[in-house]
Write a protein that binds this ligand. Structure first.
Ligand code: PLP
Length: 464
């Protein structure tokens, strides 16, 4: 049973310094430590296991964010720790750049069997952004075209190529020019997509199959299948960014598999690491890879020092093994249904929740403007201070009152993510649902600290 703490927000508990904070502020990023303080989620986490984050203040927080999709197998999975220790003790070549890395070979074969038999080649990366950058290079080399199409509202990473595929100006402002010949079209709009594709200027159309930061938007099967067909018709590569959606996050190995797609390239990262070693992959058709590695002289024309490192390869192989052994894709499907049903039951009676949507365990709860006058005024006050204030107060309340870590979507502030590790239990999901029920009760009380503290916090944040 969920124990419901009183509906007050303890904003004092995170005000004291935690180990490392002073040096982090001095030498890394002072605004980050300040932000965590303001939004009330600054804690010293001392031990993380599975779903749970234990903190030095004696509390256990349930992780419903998963490092934005990193912890599909949970935190510090014992089998993963064992296999990484074994790999280190093996003392083999780690990133020699002058040999044939056996683990990279095994992992690439495995990725083909899981992603689709037409995707026979892999380029290994260390991050999702690097996968996006690489996909642009491979697509240009293969098609001999320069342009790149993308879905508006998407998130692809913060390096220049990836940034060029993002319509939200917030990420780009102040950083100078991005890649030319990159064009966005509305996610879900086939006519707009075809208008661009028809020009035959585009090497690739790069899109997330389910948009994460835009508010967990699940498109229709028709849209993605038609988009793929249109790309084929006009000679543009159909590239899926599955950095968040991949590795069973949505219930299947790739979200593409829900929609019966056969993308030309797929970008993976995040959860492949098992939460330990940065590793990603760009999985593609053979002929695309051949266009880059076109001669012996060009055998290393696109490469990355850490790309095929043994620890990263081992982390990914063991992570895939755990996902299969523990049938975590099936769990994601069942638990995702349970979560959405539970929250949508609350939505039926709550003024604040529009809906909970998603696929597998990639879900978002959309909060909306209430109908009753007094609540509407409080809501308007919040949005005047900052458009993200409501979402952040929801995150803060779930964290402080219910010990649940979540976050709002990066581009759609009124959608709060529910993206737990796939090792979550039914009890974890039920706890979350009850916490959201308690949260909306709090929000419906106009005298709750939620509203009075929210404005103070928002003003502090805006003051910088
Ligand atoms: C869909 C998607 N693509 C790409 C990236 C970039 O990945 P990375 O931060 O590893 O560079 C992210 C990161 O959140 C992402 O969500």
């Amino acid at each position: 049973m969920l124990r419901r703490p009183e509906n007050t927000i303890d904003s004092t508990s995170d005000q004291s310094f935690i180990p490392g904070e002073e040096d982090y502020s001095k030498h890394v990023n002072p605004k980050w430590t300040k932000l965590l303080s303001i939004i009330g989620i600054k804690r010293q986490f001392t031990r993380c296991e599975g779903m749970n984050l234990h903190s030095s203040d004696g509390h256990t927080y349930r992780d419903f964010l998963s490092g934005y999709g990193v912890y599909n197998v949970g935190h510090n999975h014992p089998a993963l720790i064992r296999s990484l220790i074994e790999e280190l003790e093996h003392r083999g070549p780690t990133m020699l750049q002058s040999h044939i890395p056996e683990l990279a070979a095994t992992l690439a074969r495995k990725l083909t069997s899981l992603s689709g038999t037409h995707l026979t080649r892999t380029f290994f990366t260390s991050t999702g952004s690097e996968g996006v950058e690489s996909s642009i290079k491979f697509a240009r080399a293969y098609t001999k075209r320069d342009g790149v199409l993308f879905s508006e509202g998407g998130f692809h990473g913060l390096t220049y190529g990836a940034l060029s595929l993002m319509s939200n100006p917030w990420w780009k402002k102040g950083f100078g020019s991005t890649l030319p010949n990159t064009v966005g079209t509305p996610f879900g709009d086939l006519d707009a997509l075809e208008r661009q594709l028809k020009t035959e200027k585009f090497a690739a159309y790069i899109t997330e199959p389910v948009q994460g930061e835009s508010g967990i938007l699940v498109p229709t099967k028709e849209f993605l299948r038609e988009a793929q067909l249109l790309c084929q018709r006009y000679g543009t590569l159909f590239v899926l960014d599955e950095v968040q959606t991949g590795l069973y996050r949505t219930g299947k190995f790739l979200a593409a598999h829900h929609f019966d797609l056969e993308p030309d390239m797929v970008i993976l990262a995040k959860a492949m690491s098992g939460g330990f070693v940065p590793v990603g992959a760009l999985v593609m058709r053979k002929e695309i890879s051949d266009a880059v590695y076109s001669s012996v002289e060009k055998a290393f024309v696109h490469a990355s020092t850490f790309g095929e490192n043994s620890l990263g390869m081992r982390a990914a192989l063991t992570t895939l093994q755990i996902l299969e052994d523990e049938k975590l894709g099936e769990r994601a499907l069942v638990l995702g249904d349970r979560l959405r049903e539970g929250i949508n039951r609350i939505a039926e009676r709550s003024e604040f929740i529009e809906e909970c949507r998603g696929l597998g365990l990639m879900n978002g709860i959309e909060f909306t403007k209430p109908r009753s006058l007094s609540l509407k005024m409080l809501y308007a006050g919040f949005t005047t201070v900052h458009p993200g204030l409501l979402g952040q107060m929801i995150v803060k309340t779930l964290f402080e009152n219910h010990h649940i870590l979540t976050q709002m979507c990066g581009h759609t502030y009124n959608v709060v993510k529910a993206v737990p590790p796939l090792v979550a239990t039914e009890a974890d999901i039920d706890y979350f649902i009850e916490a959201v029920a308690s949260l909306v009760d709090t929000m419906e009380n106009t005298r709750a600290g939620f509203w009075s503290q929210g404005v103070k916090i928002g003003l502090r944040a805006v003051a910088g």
